[in-house]
Design a protein around this ligand. Structure first.
Ligand code: MFK
Length: 561
């Protein structure tokens, strides 16, 4: 009998063990802010590698269960959760994972600090980061549009650091009749006794234990389509925690995110308080979506980072064909590619989060806001698709051990698959990006920003990269101009690939700017990364009608004659 047992991958400190975060913060933040946050992040990195990770394991081991009635047959629809889930909520409040940017303690860098913590927390949170995303989005929305006492009261709870006061928020948009296309929303708002009451079914309510939710509904008599929708704040439970006008049809049996209680809800007259103008529900909720999409990006990065860190550690411990995995050329090549994509997503996300922080402090220019709007869907798509691809490679890299549940690697892939779906699918967000590009000034602001970054590069050892980037940008700008003269179908068909071209171009420009700020020694270490980033930009060209016809012909091929 063999006495060989494989050593497992280990994680010591999520912050100090992370290749990019500390180096990026040190380079990007003013020195006094970096000094002020470094020790706290180191401590937080310890908690993420230890106690929070243990809580996440416990929460995942006890999946949510729905108890429909009490022993005497009364309908209660109680969602039973692991106590660890509640502890993760309390810790999230104490850590200020929603509160940080609203306190503005670090000015324009407050958002960056919050997202740095979310990045470390996500893979140790059992997806408690989903309710946190909704809560942050709701707080931002209520801060922007809230004008009723309940709006202000809810905002105070959502941004509290006191676990006893901290509330989370759900987002109730998706219905059976429409996922991405919310225009088909069938939930009705009826005025009864001077208050709005909602009736309908919400098909994907993710954070079902939240104290409030933001729900789209159509007021009686309002027109069909998305411009007939209004947004409401719902308090779905009474003070004792019992549902008020809401029934839980069932909990969802999902591929991943298994500790997260996602449910189908029947709204049977729950009370709603309007937020924003009549018929402006989609536009109002977009404020929330633009925040939650950045959360989606940071969670994708967190999941991918943890999986790749485990792969790197294991590659040093696992011997195959007489050598550690890290000494096999194809293994290293495979994961070097994933690491480069991870860096691109990391730089994109951090830059946008910083722009959001600047906007929230009143420091952002109109061009910066335009870049933030344009690149948010790009960043979300890029990081989400990368999370699925990278975690799949990691599962394969671990071989059979990666495919079984108790090793803990398979979970990364199951969980990663939600990212391209959650908060807007790849194609829907490609079209969202396209609508922004069609507003020519947003794309012009972005192109000028890239151009300016390249123009500022002064280190001689970066000049080749700067020249390559300049030429990629010129060809991209020319391609976009020609796309904008094409038909609607040609523009739509071009949009998905354009997302990736924008992402790689921007990430490359950010990386070269970063390298330019660094010492020659660090620049030398970054050189192989820069070349690999830029090569990924590729040569994007708009799709023409022939390529659309080719896709249709492939889709419709019938060899039966
Ligand atoms: C974590 C684990 C989760 C567990 C499992 C969950 C699984 C899945 C759960 C889900 O269902 S997540 C899905 C959440 N749903 C979405 O993210 C919606 C995706 N669809 C879109 O984003 C569509 O583009 C959209 C619904 C917005 C399209 O609707 P419309 O009505 O055709 O929008 P339109 O006409 O483009 O925009 C209406 C207004 O909103 C316009 O403003 P104006 O009225 O001034 O013209 C737009 O400019 C504005 N708008 C739209 N998107 C915006 C925006 N403004 C700013 N930012 C945006 N992103």
């Amino acid at each position: 009998m063999s006495d060989f047992f494989q050593a497992a991958p280990t994680l010591v400190n999520a912050f100090t063990g992370n290749r990019w975060l500390k180096a990026y913060l040190r380079s990007a933040m003013p020195a006094e802010i970096f000094r002020a946050v470094e020790a706290g992040l180191t401590e937080f990195g310890d908690l993420c590698a230890g106690p929070y990770r243990d809580l996440a394991r416990q929460a995942e081991a006890q999946k949510p269960a729905l108890v429909s009635s009490d022993p005497w047959g009364r309908r209660i629809d109680e969602i039973v959760l692991s106590p660890a889930w509640r502890s993760l909520q309390d810790e999230s409040a104490r850590e200020g994972l929603v509160a940080i940017p609203y306190a503005h303690e670090y000015g324009e860098w407050s958002r960056v600090l919050q997202f740095a913590k979310l990045y470390l927390f996500h893979p140790s949170s059992a997806f408690f980061t989903c309710p946190l995303a909704m809560t942050d989005g709701a707080a931002k929305l209520l801060q922007t549009f809230g004008d009723e006492p309940i709006h202000r009261q809810a905002f105070a709870h959502l941004t509290s650091r006191d676990p006893h006061d901290f509330w989370t928020s759900g987002q109730w948009m998706t219905e059976r009749s429409g996922g991405s296309d919310v225009s088909a929303t069938a939930t009705q708002a009826r005025l009864e006794g001077g208050a709005w009451r909602l009736y309908g079914t919400k098909y994907f309510a993710s954070a079902t234990t939240a104290e409030i939710a933001l729900a789209l509904a159509r007021k009686e008599g309002a027109p069909q389509g998305s411009r007939g929708l209004t947004l409401f704040l719902v308090q779905p439970r009474d003070a004792a925690g019992a549902w008020k006008g809401v029934c839980v049809r069932r909990l969802k049996d999902k591929l991943g995110t298994q500790a997260l209680p996602t449910a189908e809800l029947d709204l049977e007259g729950c009370n709603g308080v309007q937020v924003g103008a009549d018929g402006a529900g989609v536009k109002t909720v977009a404020t929330m979506l633009n925040v939650t999409r950045l959360h989606n990006a940071i969670c994708s990065l967190g999941e991918t980072t943890r999986a790749l860190e485990e792969m790197r550690d294991y590659s040093n411990k696992r011997i195959a064909f007489g050598a550690a995995l890290e000494n096999h050329v194809l293994h290293v090549q495979t994961f070097a590619r994933e690491e480069v994509t991870l860096l691109a997503g990391f730089l994109l996300t951090m830059e946008l989060v910083h722009l959001l922080g600047r906007e929230e402090c009143g420091l952002g220019s109109a061009d910066e806001s335009a870049i933030l709007r344009l690149m948010t869907p790009v960043c979300k798509v890029f990081t989400a698709r990368a999370a699925v691809a990278s975690t799949s490679e990691v599962v394969e890299g671990f071989g059979g051990a990666g495919y079984v549940e108790d090793v803990g690697i398979a979970r990364h892939l199951r969980d990663a698959q939600v990212f391209p779906i959650w908060e807007g699918a790849t194609n829907v967000l490609s079209l969202d990006m396209l609508r922004v590009v069609q507003n020519v000034s947003a794309f012009a602001a972005w192109a000028s920003d890239v151009e300016a970054r390249i123009g500022r590069v002064s280190a001689p050892d970066l000049s080749t990269h700067a020249t390559q980037l300049q030429s990629s940008l010129a060809s991209l700008t020319e391609g976009v101009a020609s796309m904008l003269m094409a038909s609607d179908d040609e523009q739509a068909a071009s949009s998905r690939d354009l997302v990736f071209a924008l992402a790689w171009t921007y990430a490359s420009a950010l990386a070269v700017s970063w390298a330019d700020r660094e010492t020659p020694g660090i620049r030398a270490s970054l050189q192989p990364w820069l070349g690999s980033l830029i090569v990924n930009i590729g040569a994007w060209r708009p799709r023409d009608s022939a390529s659309i016809e080719q896709s249709r012909a492939i889709w419709q091929t019938n060899l039966e004659g």
